[in-house]
Design a protein around this ligand. Structure first.
Ligand SMILES: [Zn+2]
Length: 137
């Protein structure tokens, strides 16, 4: 029963944000807080310019298995591609910076046409950290 309620709340959030033309950082953080509130496993979130959120997770608390073709297929079903993605966000625990695998992933996304912000969200504090362009820390 609890799961069902959380699921509907989540859908309502996605629908409301879908009407926004351009998200402010505080709107993005509010949405991320809801996404990372439940369930508590690591998630990879893609936000597109029209305000849609695409959330991927493997159920593992500390990692997300990325399957590029699944991401591309999921985006395409909603008329999106890596060129329309404005933010790619994943979560870290307190104090952990971008890892080497994160930087490798960022380079791969850029090769697929991504030109937006690559970010870490810290659910405990609600802080968002953006990787500087060029791929270095
Ligand atoms: Zn990471």
């Amino acid at each position: 029963m609890k799961k069902t309620i959380a699921f509907f709340v989540f859908l309502a959030v996605l629908a409301a944000l879908g009407t926004a033309t351009q998200l402010s950082e505080s709107q993005l953080v509010d949405a991320l807080k809801k996404i990372y509130d439940w369930p508590a496993y690591e998630k990879l979130v893609f936000v597109t310019a029209d305000g849609q959120f695409f959330v991927f997770g493997s159920g593992d608390p500390d990692s997300v298995t990325v399957r590029f073709y699944e991401i591309v297929k999921t985006l395409a079903r909603k008329g999106q591609d890596f060129g329309t993605v404005t933010n790619i966000v994943h979560n870290h625990k307190r104090g952990l910076d971008f890892s080497l695998p994160d930087l490798v992933l960022f380079e791969k996304f850029k090769k697929l046409g991504f030109a937006g912000k690559f970010q870490i969200f810290y659910p405990h504090s609600g802080k968002l950290k953006t990787l500087e362009k060029g791929g270095s820390r």
